[in-house]
Design a protein around this ligand. Structure first.
Ligand code: DHB
Ligand code: FE
Length: 286
């Protein structure tokens, strides 16, 4: 059977991708950001997944106001890095896993979640920057990726509670796939940031660190936090954090298993306009 072995949580700032692509990782501004992922890259090599289920948000790249799916699962065989206005990032194409993705779509839709099936999609910094942070600059990404896009750009956006419940449904779907696969689930985006309006530049370290504490130890309680608290405390783009609850909801302890091990925790301000947060939680073997 397939199983979820770990969850990874990380911010996705586009300037991080640009710093990597332009060889600026050792500059004084960027060095502390990348230092926070040294452990993670080593951990990825030691704990190589067969598939990454990557929860991210599209930033009006693949989708637009023409069509706004709340939850969209990528069932394609591959995905091309998007051109977000200055050419596609020079990173490998993303290979998909159509069989597992189709199985998850079937199971999760039958568990009463409405998913949009996406057979063709370019992937923006929301997906490629987390891969770069965790895997560095390889010739090919280490394994297939199932992109799972969540609308956190155009209101109405899904609640933390719905995201958390969706994570549980995804874990159930993975556990019923009849092939021995080691699947990681990643929750990306956040932490506090606001890119526009009078509060542009907002960062809230206290909120972010309390969010990390609760994501580790009290995810069910954290899932009850309403939208308005994200926006007030973490800024308009801080709402990206609801995606972390999908990955957290897929961990074993939420469905009666043992608490996960905290393998790594990192927090750094600033990176562009954003507070960077990062966690690795590993499920204990049954
Ligand atoms: C920034 C952060 C984001 O999450 C994003 O999607 C775009 C820009 C920033 O910090 O600049
Ligand atoms: Fe973003």
């Amino acid at each position: 059977m397939a199983r979820i072995t770990a969850s990874v949580f990380t911010s996705h700032v586009p300037a991080i991708g640009a710093a990597l692509d332009m060889g600026k990782t050792q500059e004084p501004y960027w060095q502390p950001v990348f230092a926070g992922y040294e452990y993670s890259k080593e951990w990825m090599k030691q704990n190589k997944p067969d598939v990454i289920f990557l929860v991210f948000n599209d930033h009006a790249t693949a989708f637009s106001l023409d069509m706004i799916p709340t939850f969209a699962i990528g069932t394609a065989a591959q995905y091309t890095p998007a051109d977000e206005g200055w050419g596609p990032r020079p990173v490998p194409r993303v290979q998909g896993h159509p069989e597992l993705a189709a199985h998850i779509a079937q199971s999760v839709i039958q568990q009463d979640f409405d998913l949009t099936i996406v057979n063709k999609m370019d992937v923006d910094h929301g997906l490629t920057v987390p891969l770069s942070l965790m895997c560095g600059q390889p010739q090919a990404w280490p394994c297939p990726v199932i992109p799972f896009a969540v609308n956190v750009v155009q209101y109405p956006v899904p609640s933390g509670q719905r995201c958390f419940n969706l994570g549980k449904a995804i874990a159930k779907a993975v556990n019923s796939f009849d092939e021995d696969l080691n699947v990681q689930i990643w929750g990306t985006g956040g932490m506090s940031h606001q890119l526009q309006g009078p509060r542009a530049g907002l960062i809230n370290k206290e909120f972010d660190n309390a969010f990390l504490d609760r994501l580790i130890a009290d995810p069910a309680g954290l899932a009850q936090m309403p939208h308005i608290d994200y926006v007030r405390e973490a800024g308009s783009e801080g709402i990206e954090l609801v995606m972390w609850l999908i990955a957290r909801g897929a961990m074993s302890d939420v469905s009666g298993g043992a608490a996960p091990q905290l393998k790594h925790r990192f927090y750094h301000v600033p990176a562009s306009n954003t507070a960077v947060g990062h966690l690795i939680l590993q499920n204990n073997p049954d």
